[in-house]
Design a protein. Sequence first.
Length: 283
Amino acid sequence: MAVLRNKTIWSYLIRTAWLQICLAVISSSSFAAPIAIVNHSFESNPAPVPSDITSGVANGWSPYNPMSTAGVFYGSLFAAPDNYPAGAPDGDHVQVNFISANNPAGEEFGVFQTLNATLEENTIYTLTVEVGNINSGFNDLNATPNDPNDDPFFNIMGFNGYRVELRTDSVSGSGSTLIADTLSNTDGNDIPDGEFRTVTLTYDSRNATISLIGEQLEILLVNLNEIDPNFVGHDRETNFDNVRLNTGPAPLKSSKVPMPESALFIFGFSIFALAIVRTRIPR
C-alpha cells in the first residue's frame, strides 16, 4: 500500500508540474497572423524595364494630398539600376511619391489604404514597411524603353523625410484616427541615397478607447516633402515597398498561469517534496 501511495503522489506531482509548464509556454507565446494588404509590394502596374516608371496611384491605394499641393506625382518605379543598385526589397517595383524642385516644399503627401480588417481587442499590431531614399538617375516616363534619348535625368540627391502611420477609419464617416506612427528626421543621414531601410511600428489595442474597437484599419505612407539643407534645389521623392501588417495576442496583464520560470520551480519543488515523502512513508 505504501508503494502504491508513493507512486500515486509521484505521478500526480509530475503531471501537475508538466501541465503548468505547457500552459505557461502557450500563454506567453505570440502567434503572428498577417492582415491582407492589396498590392502590398506595388507590383500591379509594372514598368517594362529597369529604371522605367509607370504613372498613377498603385492599385489598392489612394492618394493623400491634404493641402492639394501642385505638382505631386505618383507612380511605380522598376527599382534598378540607376536609382537603387540593389533593386527593390520585394519584387521589382516600389511606390513613388515625387515632386519637382520648383513645386512647393514642406507640404506632405503620400498614399493610404483602408484595409478589410478592423481593430480588435487585446491584440498587438506590427506594421513593417521598407522606406527608400532614391538616388539620382535617368528614368523613362514615356514607356519607350528603346529610346534612351527621351529619358530625363532626375536630380534627387538628399533625403526628404517620411512618416508611416497606422490609423482607424470610422465607419460613421467622422474621419480617421491616428493610433501609431513613426517619422524620420530630414538631415540626410536617416537613409543613404540609393538604399532602403526597414521601418517597424507596433500598437497594443489595449490602449485604444472603446470607440475605436471595431473600426477599419488604415495605413498611410507619407513623403514629408522637406528640403534637405545639403541639396537645396533638388527634386524630392520618397519610396515605399513591401508593406506588411501582422497581429498577435496581447500578453495577459495578470494571469493565474505561472510563467515558465515559475513552472520549472514547481517541477523542481515537486521532486524535492517527493524525496521527503519517500523518506517518511514506510515501504
